[in-house]
Design a protein around this ligand. Structure first.
Ligand SMILES: NC(=O)c1ccc[n+]([C@@H]2O[C@H](COP(=O)([O-])OP(=O)(O)OC[C@H]3O[C@@H](n4cnc5c(N)ncnc54)[C@H](O)[C@@H]3O)[C@@H](O)[C@H]2O)c1
Length: 440
């Protein structure tokens, strides 16, 4: 499946400037490795929806890519992806790039330690696509093993995990490792152009901003026979905070990331509220996440950002004229709706051009691979970690009813993962109650 990409000439004809991702696609790629090979050898950790998608994306992102190892907590999912990838390798675009799938069954691993087996294979590029509760540990191990990383968002569920990620970021910088994050809007041409306009002052001084992720009910996967508590929670991970961070973190991080990107800052403190309307009897069965949040963030210079997310079917997504998943900035010179790439109602990038930009899910791998091959690896771990912490502090405030500062969230003693991670009798905390749940 070949993806249409806007060419430099077409874009300039339409009066634009090239987005970073597009420029990278056009750049020549030097051979930089001592051994003369610049092959990207990929291991995938987490073979569900996104891990499968990312595996296909990397095969379309650049030449000389080989997928060599797969792992999923449920090994049968790794074997399922293996089959799917062999079939995908027949795709014309994959063949044209000379890319390969080379995963014998013995390089399909399962269990909690499967990711370590992947790192022991001859991989130099790891895709991390498990639920975010495992991400800090996986990032730390990949960096220690000297691998380049594509990590899905978010990268942690609590301050303890965030601290691990920030250390991994520093360590990766020292080792010259490349890390790209699945905050794909940062690799999406029209988003890049729109944010660039904001940074160039087209909106004047920014006065305030808003962002939203309002959608219907999230999926719920029932416990299957023979599953331990641990199996069930990993299977139905979106309903357990130690695995997903709750949806202010798991999903809304995308929009909060756009706001941090546009403002070139992270919030100083916030006050949030939220709750759960979904039926709730036993947290071990139903999980214990909220299904709506509303958070006001304070950024430097007193700038306020209003943020809202919801997973309830049958509700309106937003006021008329704006979608349920959106980011808006208001400045002294007007209003920018970032997600629709408009400033004062005028498209920043002509609509036809916007449609022809490269698929950001592929572009993020293209950008990472090109940066590695050019010897100047990008490292997006700090940005995505800060956006993750932005989301975490909103959840902490909503759960407790307290104002939460950046430092409180960063240095928090909160640690959601049950220790030890036993197959059975895994405790699940009750639903948080604002005013009663303690801020730790
Ligand atoms: N950037 C995006 O637009 C986007 C879109 C979808 C999902 N995601 C992110 O991707 C991640 C995965 O989401 P998904 O939709 O693919 O979920 P999923 O449930 O489809 O897949 C997750 C997979 O990880 C496996 N897994 C869980 N724990 C594991 C472990 N310790 N080791 C190995 N495998 C493990 C599960 O068995 C499952 O197969 C999440 O962080 C999510 O936020 C990002």
């Amino acid at each position: 499946m070949s993806k249409p990409e806007v060419t430099r000439r077409e874009f300039l004809k339409e009066g634009g400037t090239l987005a970073a991702g597009v420029t990278a696609t056009l750049a020549s790629v030097p051979y930089v490795h001592a051994a003369g090979s610049d092959e990207i050898r990929v291991g995938v950790v987490g073979c569900g929806g996104r891990g499968s998608g990312a595996a296909e994306d990397v095969l379309q992102a650049a030449r000389n890519v080989r997928i060599v190892a797969l792992c999923d907590y449920f090994r049968h999912k790794a074997l399922g992806l293996r089959k799917r990838l062999y079939s995908f390798a027949e795709d014309a675009r994959v063949k044209q790039l000379g890319n390969k799938v080379d995963v014998p069954e013995e390089r399909c691993f399962g269990g909690l330690d499967g990711f370590r087996r992947v790192l022991e294979c001859d991989v130099n590029y790891v895709i991390l696509a498990t639920p975010p509760g495992f991400r800090p540990e996986h990032l730390e191990a990949c960096v220690a093993a000297g691998k380049h990383i594509f990590t899905e968002k978010p990268v942690a569920v609590d301050g303890a995990g965030v601290r691990v990620c920030l250390k991994a970021y520093e360590e990766a910088l020292k080792k010259g490792l490349g890390i790209a994050a699945g905050t794909q809007r940062r690799h999406q041409g029209p988003y890049i152009e729109t944010i660039r306009r904001i940074h160039d002052g087209f909106l004047g001084e920014i006065l305030t901003a808003r962002c939203y992720w309002n959608q219907g009910d999230i999926w719920f996967r029932k416990r299957e026979s023979g599953m331990t508590d641990l199996d069930y929670q990993i299977h139905n991970w979106y309903h357990f905070v130690w695995l997903c961070g709750d949806h202010n973190v798991e999903q809304h991080v995308h929009n909060l990331d756009v706001i941090n990107w546009a403002l070139q800052a992270h919030p100083l403190r916030c006050l949030g509220m939220g709750g759960r309307t979904r039926p709730y009897t036993d947290p071990k069965v139903d999980g214990h996440i909220y299904n709506f949040f509303c958070v006001e963030y304070e950024y430097p210079n007193g700038l306020r950002v209003h943020s809202m997310c919801r997973q309830i079917t049958g509700c309106d997504g937003n006021l008329p004229g704006i979608s349920g998943v959106a980011e808006v900035l208001v400045g002294t010179k007007g209003v920018c709706q970032v997600n629709s790439f408009t400033i004062n109602g005028q498209p920043v990038v002509p609509r036809e051009t916007a449609r022809r930009y490269a698929n950001p899910y592929i572009q993020e791998h293209t950008d990472l691979i090109e940066s590695i091959r050019s010897g100047k690896p990008i490292n997006e771990l700090k940005n995505v970690t800060e956006s993750t912490l932005t989301a975490i502090m909103g959840r902490m405030s909503a759960y407790t009813g307290k104002v939460v500062s950046w430092e409180q969230a960063l240095n928090s003693k909160e640690k959601w993962r049950p220790e030890p991670l036993t197959p059975d009798n895994l405790p699940v905390p009750p639903l948080a109650v604002p005013g009663k749940t303690a801020l730790v």
